[in-house]
Design a protein around this ligand. Structure first.
Ligand code: CO8
Length: 258
């Protein structure tokens, strides 16, 4: 299997689909997979014809975490000098909205990869967890931070300190999942979400993602000011005029993504 095959890439209109393709090892995230995801999302983010990125795994696993066999023998100095896992931060710089389609296991780094996406669509077979504590370590790709922001301290502590794996229904109940669907509808639903986003004005969806993410980083006053300034800026683009004219004329808008 070449590096290109470990993450498959396809297009459905303005939606780019990345599929983790190592089902035999439950899509364990090794360095090569990480490199591919980072490289491809960065390239797709620069593509004006891509309005949303969908990340999917296999039926049995979205991803069962970092590749334990690959990292087992690494030394602390080696990891520190290479600043291992910092490459994943590139996903934070992807401005194009990302949708995760989660079926089966989303554990450790797999749960963290899903949480780096903006919308999580889960099959009723999905299982989420941060089981790193069982391996003598802790989440390393944002789990302690993003999970806590998503579900609050007490659910996050329960998952991180006990390694408990939760089912899709609980994940939805606690706010870790945007939409929950029967497994056979997962890809249709996730693609539908991605298509909807990609059909809107790209400047507006990028701005909406940026403004919403701001809520996790700055205080309310700063966040509201940022939102208002972006709101003002969108009136400089043709899509705002088109969207509002289409409403008035009772017709669907034709966005030109500018
Ligand atoms: N790493 C390496 N190989 C894995 C992993 C993994 N995380 N998960 C599964 N595999 C492999 C198994 O070794 C097995 O391979 P083989 O057939 O060669 O023995 C194959 O996938 C199938 O797995 P199982 O036979 O174990 O399948 P089961 O259905 O019996 O069990 C489980 C499924 C429960 C998901 C089980 O495989 C499991 O517990 N996996 C490990 C889950 C885990 O602990 N994940 C956290 C890893 S640590 C982590 O993610 C730290 C995050 C830091 C940042 C991440 C950056 C990427």
């Amino acid at each position: 299997m070449t590096e290109a095959d470990i993450v498959l890439e396809s297009r459905e209109g303005r939606v780019a689909i990345l599929t983790l393709n190592q089902p035999k090892v439950l899509n364990a995230l090794n360095a090569a997979v990480m490199g591919e995801i980072v490289r491809r999302t960065a390239a797709l983010d620069r593509d004006p014809d891509v309005g949303a990125i969908l990340i999917a795994g296999s039926d049995k696993a979205f991803a069962a975490g970092a590749d334990i066999k690959e990292m087992e023998d690494r030394s602390a100095m080696e990891l520190m000098l290479a600043d291992w896992l910092s490459d994943w931060e590139a996903l934070e710089r992807v401005r194009t909205p990302m949708v995760a389609a989660v079926s089966g296991f989303a554990l450790g780094g797999g749960c963290e990869l899903a949480m780096m996406c903006d919308v999580i669509v889960a099959a009723d077979t999905a299982k989420f967890g941060q089981p790193e504590i069982k391996l003598g370590v802790i989440p390393g790709m944002g789990g302690s931070q993003r999970l806590t922001r998503a579900v609050g301290k007490y659910k996050a502590m329960d998952m991180i300190l006990t390694g408990r794996i939760i089912d899709a229904a609980e994940a939805e109940r606690i706010g870790l999942v945007s939409r929950l669907v029967p497994a056979e509808q997962l890809m249709d639903e996730a693609l539908g979400v991605a298509r909807t986003i990609a059909g809107f004005s790209k400047p507006a969806t990028l701005a909406a993602k940026e403004a919403t993410n701001r809520a996790f980083e700055v205080g309310l006053r700063e966040g509201l000011l940022h939102e208002r300034r972006i709101f003002h800026a969108l009136f400089a683009g043709g899509d705002q005029k088109e969207g509002m004219a289409a409403f008035r004329e009772k017709r669907p808008p034709v966005f030109r993504h500018g």
